[in-house]
Design a protein around this ligand. Structure first.
Ligand code: BGC
Length: 458
């Protein structure tokens, strides 16, 4: 099996995540009437999945350490399929909420397990691109959900909107039956012979895998797990935890999902009066998100993570200031154009930087002994921050005006830029084990990983 095929199958986990992120805004319009939902209950239907995702992420890391990346990704996709089916068939509100909770648990697990799996199977020089397949799938899922939502809206077919998300879930579950376990997890548990077989399957028979085999570590064995550095609170884990959780929070509090969830509302507030113009503009946002993620995949192993992250954050900050300026302009077509252009620039800058690079970095920066648990922590932070932003955006816009709230996100984006500039290391071309060594040198007081660049490893 070719590695790109394996990666594309595993990346279906991202498709679940993206589809559900996008579909709910379209479906809500119909759920409101079907279940006589108050504004408060509409918020609950949306946020129960985000809370469920934080919950799913909390368990996925430990379970994936114990039972393997592959089986837990498989279970996660089955939970998602069950949740999609329950939501689609829900006869009453309680069943709908239960379905949404299950969907959330599934997405939360998949959102961290997919990049984890991809990072652990990828060769170092292509890891950035292969892990970012996940984010590409997220953006395709969002775009697909907009298009499906649009196509099904006239028939009011909300049950189909919610149920169709189950299809990639079923494909992922079947695919995971055939995909290999990661060589790193196998070696982590001391199963060297199986790790060698998995590596040969991934790299192709006849390829010399000895250099890569020599790097693998047995950090998940019970003997290794009692070492002090296997604890999340240990000094060696502190810096990667700060970077992972910090980036997770910045990825959300810089406002991305206000655009993904509320783009039509923002366009209408900016003067695009007809609903169909607003929906079309939203689909345009979805397309830019996909295209710029492809550009990121092309660049991430060439220019490196820092270049994309820092330039993306800078661009997002400037676009948010322009967006705020658009809202201050008063009314008229100029305001509509400025809003559309600055939102397009904002989403493009997110898609080239913080979008893919956050998920990539959290799959790379943690030492093997705590990788899955560290990713869990960062992913929980990401979903909780997502929930806080989703719950506060409309009220903040009422309170401070749209210009005020986008300026707030701009300030947070510039804070994120400083954070990333100071703390994020360059991991391009390094094996995961070499990244681990980078932190160990840092803990000993050697130069900051952000300013050093170590020679490439296999
Ligand atoms: C974020 C999501 C967001 C999506 C947009 C992901 O990286 O984690 O919250 O909806 O990108 O493309």
């Amino acid at each position: 099996m070719h590695i790109a095929f394996i990666a594309a199958t595993a990346a279906l986990g991202g498709l679940l995540f993206g589809y559900d992120t996008g579909v709910i805004s379209g479906a809500l319009l119909f759920l409101r009437t079907a279940f006589h939902l108050s504004p408060l209950m509409l918020g609950v239907v949306t946020s129960v999945a985000l809370g469920g995702a934080a919950f799913g992420a909390a368990f996925a890391g430990r379970l994936a350490d114990r039972f393997g990346r592959r089986p837990i990704l498989l279970v996660t996709s089955m939970i998602f399929v069950a949740g999609a089916a329950v939501s689609a068939l829900a006869p009453e509100l309680a069943a709908l909420l239960a379905g949404r909770l299950l969907v959330g648990v599934g997405i939360g697990g998949a959102s961290m397990l997919t990049p984890l799996y991809l990072a652990e199977i990828a060769p170092a020089r292509e890891r950035g691109a292969l892990v970012s397949f996940n984010q590409l799938a997220v953006t395709l899922g969002i775009l697909g959900s907009y298009l499906i939502g649009y196509a099904l809206a006239s028939a009011g077919a909300w049950r189909w909107m919610l149920g169709l998300g189950g299809v990639p879930g079923i494909v992922l579950a079947i695919g995971m039956l055939f995909l290999p376990e990661t060589p790193r997890w196998l070696a982590g548990h001391g199963r060297t012979t199986q790790a060698r077989a998995a590596l040969l399957q991934l790299r192709g028979h006849g390829v010399d895998i000895e250099a890569e085999m020599a790097l693998l570590r047995d950090d998940l064995t019970p003997k290794a797990q009692v070492r002090p550095e296997s604890h999340l609170g240990h000094a060696a884990a502190r810096l990667p935890m700060i970077v992972g959780i910090g980036l997770a929070i910045f990825q959300q509090v810089t406002g991305i999902n206000t655009v993904i969830y509320f783009a039509p509302t923002i366009f209408q507030a900016a003067g695009l009066s007809s609903a169909s113009a607003a929906i079309l503009a939203t689909a345009g946002i979805g397309v830019i998100n996909v295209i710029m993620t492809m550009v990121a995949i092309w660049l991430v192993d060439r220019l490196g993570r820092r270049a994309l992250l820092l330039s993306g954050l800078g661009g997002m900050g400037i676009s948010l200031c322009l967006l705020a300026a658009g809202f201050l302009l008063g009314t008229g077509p100029a305001r509509g154009y400025l809003t559309a252009a600055s939102l397009a620039a904002y989403i493009g800058c997110f898609a080239i930087g913080l979008g893919p690079v956050f998920w990539l970095l959290i799959s790379e920066i943690f030492p093997m002994a705590i990788r899955a648990r560290g990713m869990s922590a960062a992913t929980i932070a990401n979903w909780l921050a997502n929930l806080v932003v989703a719950l506060t955006f409309l009220d903040l816009a009422d309170l401070m005006g749209h210009a005020g709230v986008f300026l707030l996100y701009a300030a947070l984006t510039f804070a994120g830029l400083v954070f990333a500039y100071v703390l994020v290391p360059e991991t391009k071309g390094l094996s995961l084990e070499a990244v681990q060594a980078l932190w160990a040198r840092r803990a000993k007081g050697e130069p900051h990983p952000a300013v050093r660049h170590t020679a490439a490893m296999p």
